[in-house]
Design a protein around this ligand. Structure first.
Ligand SMILES: Cc1ncc(COP(=O)(O)O)c(C=O)c1O
Length: 375
């Protein structure tokens, strides 16, 4: 491909910091780089505690453990999301209750969340698709009114805000991804953000195989032992060192991605009169340029467009297979109401490359040619 869908950003200091981690003679987790990155994330997300994990998936699994999800408990979430949003809870016996999305933002429709509540609802998980914020006032109101914890799957949302509040800082807890495809990455990595102090001590134990090792490291107990269920969710220092270098240029990376999105928006203004529908950003949302997408009119049009772009050596891609229609989603979850908007997003949404350095002019020119020739 002349223009691949993603090229990971290299900030310049990653290898120096990895060498430093080696020189520090600590490659396991919770060393100097882990601590530095955690502090940076706590400031960035205005969070009570940021715990680095080896993936956003791991952080979601920690949420399910922290919330004591038991067999039969229901967790309300969108179906238009990555499998880990649901799988993390299914591992504890939870039942994902899939709710349709708002066709403008592709995020949970808050009105439908109310319809999906039951006496067994134990959590609401919101996903900020493409780094565009859900209506957090409405979801927070539902969560507080019903006393049901709100989890933000902010995998895609670093540096994005809802009414100037960082996404990931509003729910009771939140998860972030540093997978290679994300704006800020360390290959595989993630973070659990805790916005309520009551979860911190137990979360540290869950992340350390169910032991109180963190208390021991801080001199708060004289030996460490097995105290709870947990697993090995702590990443090593090599990942943290890589991430440290990325975060130093995080704002700059975000600005470049946002500029690429603006370039596409200006180029496609005329097409949005009927051929396609451009991404919608609600007034409460300041996004982070994680994804640039538009909506085609039909699956047929999208398939033709993706094939045309591939013939021009440009990779444009669709996104999720909705969880409610996946084999495991059918087996472990259930739907609440119609999934019309979710199915439509699955059929019609197409993502364009936005990584720093992508030739947006070339991608735009090919796109405009396609729609002017065929539609
Ligand atoms: C919404 C959402 N949640 C969770 C994940 C899982 O992230 P990770 O690959 O870091 O486990 C992703 C990954 O793309 C995602 O998009």
């Amino acid at each position: 491909m002349q223009i691949p869908f993603n090229i990971p950003f290299y900030s310049g200091n990653e290898c120096n910091y990895i060498k430093q981690a080696f020189d520090n003679q600590q490659l396991s987790g919770d060393g100097i780089f882990t601590k530095k990155v955690s502090q940076t994330l706590e400031t960035l997300f205005n969070s009570k505690k940021a715990l680095l994990t080896h993936s956003c998936t791991a952080a979601l699994e920690m949420c399910a453990l922290l919330l004591d999800i038991k067999p039969g408990d229901e967790i309300i979430m969108p179906s238009f999301t990555f499998v880990s949003t649901a799988n993390a809870f299914v591992l504890r016996g939870g039942i994902p209750v899939f709710v349709d999305i708002d066709p403008l933002t592709q995020n949970l429709d808050d009105q439908l969340v109310i319809n999906a509540l039951s006496s067994r609802t134990k959590a609401i998980v919101v996903v900020h698709y493409a780094g565009v914020s859900s209506n957090m006032n409405k979801l927070k109101d539902i969560s507080m009114d019903k006393n049901i914890p709100l989890v933000e799957d902010a995998a895609q949302s670093i540096y994005a805000c809802f009414n100037n509040l960082p996404l990931g800082s509003i729910g009771d807890m939140a998860t972030v991804s540093f997978h290679e495809t994300k704006n800020i990455s360390c290959g595989e990595g993630g973070c659990l953000l805790l916005n309520d102090e009551k979860y911190i001590e137990r979360a540290e134990m869950i992340r350390e195989k169910g032991t109180n090792r963190s208390l021991f490291s801080r001199g708060q107990v004289d030996k460490y032992t097995w105290v709870d269920i947990g697993s090995s969710y702590l990443p090593g220092e090599v990942s943290a060192a890589f991430l440290c270098a990325q975060l130093e240029r995080g704002k700059e990376i975000t600005d470049i991605r946002l500029m690429n999105c603006r370039n596409y928006n200006s180029a496609f203004g005329d097409l949005s009169n009927g051929d396609i529908r451009l991404m919608y950003i609600p007034e409460w949302s300041s996004p982070n340029g994680h994804i640039y997408y538009f909506m085609c009119k039909s699956l047929k049009q999208r398939t033709e467009y993706i094939d045309y772009m591939r013939s021009k050596l440009v990779a444009c891609v669709f996104h999720y297979v909705p969880l409610h229609s996946s084999p495991a989603g059918k087996k472990y979850g259930r739907t609440s109401g119609s999934m019309h908007n979710t199915d439509r997003a699955a059929d019609c949404l197409v993502r364009l490359p936005v990584y720093p350095g992508v030739n947006t002019k070339l991608v735009s020119d090919h796109t405009i040619n396609f729609f002017s020739q065929r539609y």
